[in-house]
Design a protein around this ligand. Sequence first.
Ligand SMILES: C[S@@+](CC[C@H](N)C(=O)[O-])C[C@H]1O[C@@H](n2cnc3c(N)ncnc32)[C@H](O)[C@@H]1O
Length: 269
Amino acid sequence: MTLFAVKYNIMSIVRAKKHLGQHFLTDKNIAEKIVNSLKLTDSYKQVLEVGPGMGILSDFLLKKTEYETYLIDIDTESFQFLQKKYPALGSRLINADFLEMDFSQTFTGPFAIIGNFPYNISSQILFKVLDNRQQVVEVVGMFQKEVAERCAAKPGSKEYGILSVFLQAYYKVDYLFTVKAGVFNPPPKVLSAVIRLSRNETPQLDCDEKLFWQLVKAGFNQRRKTLRNAISSLIPKEKITDHPLLDLRAERLSVADFVTLTNKVTAER
Ligand SMILES: C[S@@+](CC[C@H](N)C(=O)[O-])C[C@H]1O[C@@H](n2cnc3c(N)ncnc32)[C@H](O)[C@@H]1O
């Protein structure tokens, strides 16, 4: 009996693979707290969990039966483990790369994303959310603490950068709580943190959005220069009329300031 139990345990555990960013959360209270951080508003009916691993978050998520839950994990071993654990999920359990996922094939309307994300692809995950902001209304996720801080950073802080501006242009970002390395197996070398992104009512900016993105990138790519100089490839210095924002560096500008700047450049170039 004991032997069987030991054998069963070994068979039922997914081996952690470093290249897939697999650090399995072992604390059920934290898992429940993460799932309960989803606002689960009426504005969506479907939720996608990225990287369910062995299902510590999924166990709580699947209790929210009023929502249709999908799980996607790139790891075939996790997928097979979860197939046995949740046989009723059927095709809602997906063995594929989240970064390659075509949302329109699975989601007909708005949906939310949750995950204890693989840290090696954090930025790609966040930019995929941004690219699909028309559909992704909410995200609750665990990231490396530094990434979480960058997402929520305010103008003037050293963490404030391109990611902060882009995310905050479309989402309200809440830094929820910090998570110690010891609650993962294997423990990562860094601290982690959970954040929530709640999409603004209108997922559009009151300006030419393509130019907004270009200006933000130009500003931060030359972050030691004033905006007047940093954006000169988009509008020559002699063409743009004076404005106090032009004397600042990108790190001082809020999203609203970047919108003002975008409208000014649109009018004058
Ligand atoms: C940090 S682990 C979290 C596992 C589990 N949710 C937990 O909290 O214990 C990250 C998970 O993401 C999966 N993963 C890594 N890259 C992925 C990708 N590109 N698409 C989907 N899943 C991925 C890994 O296989 C792993 O299960």
